[in-house]
Design a protein around this ligand. Structure first.
Ligand SMILES: Cc1cc2nc3c(=O)[nH]c(=O)nc-3n(C[C@H](O)[C@H](O)[C@H](O)COP(=O)(O)OP(=O)(O)OC[C@H]3O[C@@H](n4cnc5c(N)ncnc54)[C@H](O)[C@@H]3O)c2cc1C
Length: 449
């Protein structure tokens, strides 16, 4: 009991961010309530509150590790529920211009592929094993409640399942509502400064279909990632395995193209990808369910770490802090890493006189250190598209060239390939790619022209 720092923590949203945050704080609060507007299904089914869950959701190895730290043995849960093991560097055929495919090598780590609904169910089931965490579905939070002096949040006002409005008090409120509008609304209502936002307009259109894996499926890969030749082409494709002997296939385009929702249109898009691998694989495969679409106009990073003042007792986390371009598969993993960092912070502060004092700025500093790498790794290739909106890095051309040189070196050298995929999978910080020896080798590749 000595580690307790408060009686009641409240989490808004039972997505990956909210569930992992609930686990992160559960050792430090007597009671944790997760308030979720949706019904939470007992099976791996899509939910209205997360419409993106019908689209592929890659769990990066770094996110998987954070989940396994928060819920020891979680990787076994994934295997047990039928998630498909993928050897890093080997099982997904990566088709990049100039490398069709990129060398396939076993780089020594394992990830799992499954539907977002199945992953969320696995996390939810783990959360349910904690006696002090209560999941409260069908309750919509309407607003955060501020203390009279406005310097702290004391709870939330929410609409109960029965349709009655009520107030729930808490020492700590975590806004894992995805959009993060509760935090922004609170700051507006108390007249405090809003965070600056970095926005990258990508106008991404997704169309996704699920197929039964045919008997004729190739044996030399389990998934395919087909990148376009930028800027001539705007469409890319992704095929990944799911639990239940299925493939999930997405064709995506940027800047103004409308993704197809009819069979012919979908297959035509698949056929027009830069390489034929995905189309050939699904050409005669049986489609299961509807083709679904998603529009993602812009990535958004809210810089709470730059604010001079922030109310006590409130933390936005996950997408509420930063919404990443989904094609890089970073959002859930970053959310889980933020939750893991929050737990470390609480552990370090538990013996302080007032552990919640200054928690928000410390958390924002940790979160921005987590976000910075994946954000930059997505922003640089995003700006290779001339129509992408936002502030281009002044040295964009050079960064793009270094990126190409890094791919070239990684194709030649398994050690560099391993390092690059570890960074892309959030297992290592981006700074390892700037070490002097590697920089020298990259300069040599750049000199080749
Ligand atoms: C098309 C698409 C594909 C993606 N692909 C990937 C991928 O491959 N890999 C990856 O890691 N990420 C991917 N993402 C991002 C990923 O979905 C999010 O980053 C991740 O879910 C973390 O979100 P979160 O928990 O912060 O918010 P969410 O998952 O959006 O969850 C928010 C929860 O809060 C609930 N809620 C909202 N408002 C309220 C309220 N007022 N009261 C109560 N409950 C509320 C919602 O119902 C929901 O359950 C993708 C996103 C999109 C759009």
């Amino acid at each position: 009991m000595s580690s307790l720092i408060g009686q009641h923590a409240l989490v808004v949203g039972a997505g990956i961010g909210g569930l992992t945050a609930a686990r992160a704080v559960a050792d430090y609060f007597e009671r944790v309530v997760v308030v979720e507007r949706d019904t939470l299904p007992e099976r791996a089914e899509p939910r209205a509150g997360v419409p993106q869950d019908k689209h592929p959701h890659v769990l990066l190895a770094g996110g998987q590790r954070a989940l396994d730290d928060l819920f020891p043995g979680f990787e076994h849960d994934l295997a047990r529920t039928g998630a498909v093991p993928l050897r890093g560097g080997l099982d997904v055929r990566v088709e990049l211009p100039g490398y069709d495919p990129f060398p396939q090598r076993d780089l020594g780590w394992q990830a799992y592929a499954q539907s977002r609904a199945q992953l969320e169910l696995s996390v939810r089931q783990r959360v349910r094993t904690y006696a002090n965490i209560e999941l409260r579905p069908r309750c919509r939070v309407q607003a955060c409640v501020a203390r009279a002096d406005r310097a702290a949040v004391t709870g939330v006002q929410y609409m109960q399942a029965a349709g009655k409005s009520a107030t729930l008090e808490a020492d700590l409120v975590i806004d894992a509502s995805g959009r993060g509008t509760l935090t922004l609304g609170l700051l507006q209502s108390i007249g405090w400064a809003l965070p600056e936002e970095t926005t990258i307009g990508i106008d991404l259109a997704y169309a996704t279909a699920v197929f039964a894996i045919p008997e004729t499926a190739p044996q030399d890969w389990k998934g395919v990632l087909c990148f376009p030749q930028v800027p001539q082409h705007r469409r890319g494709g992704l095929l990944l395995p799911l639990e239940g002997e299925r493939w999930i296939v997405t064709v995506a385009a940027r800047h103004g193209e409308t993704a197809p929702e009819d069979e012919d249109g979908f297959m035509a898009w698949a056929q027009q990808l830069r390489t034929p691998t995905i189309y050939k694989a699904i050409q005669h495969a049986k489609r299961l369910g509807e083709i679904v679409r998603f529009q993602f106009p812009a990535s958004e990073y809210r810089h709470y770490e730059r604010l001079e003042a922030f109310p006590r007792g409130l933390l936005p986390l996950g997408d509420a802090l930063c919404r990443f371009n989904p094609i890089y598969g970073q959002g859930m993993s970053v959310a889980a890493q933020e939750a893991w960092a929050l737990r470390q912070l609480l552990a370090a502060r538990a013996s302080a006189r007032d552990p919640l004092d200054g928690l928000a700025p410390s958390f924002f500093a940790e979160a921005s250190a987590i976000i910075e790498g994946p954000w930059a790794m997505a922003a640089v290739p995003d700006f290779a598209h001339p129509d992408t909106r936002g502030e281009r890095p002044p040295d964009l051309e050079q960064r793009l060239k270094v990126g190409l040189a890094l791919n070239k070196l990684a194709a030649r050298d398994p050690a560099v390939h391993k390092l690059l995929t570890e960074v892309q999978n959030l297992l290592k910080p981006r700074s390892v790619l700037q070490e002097p020896e590697l920089t020298q080798r990259l300069q040599a590749v750049l000199a080749e022209g």
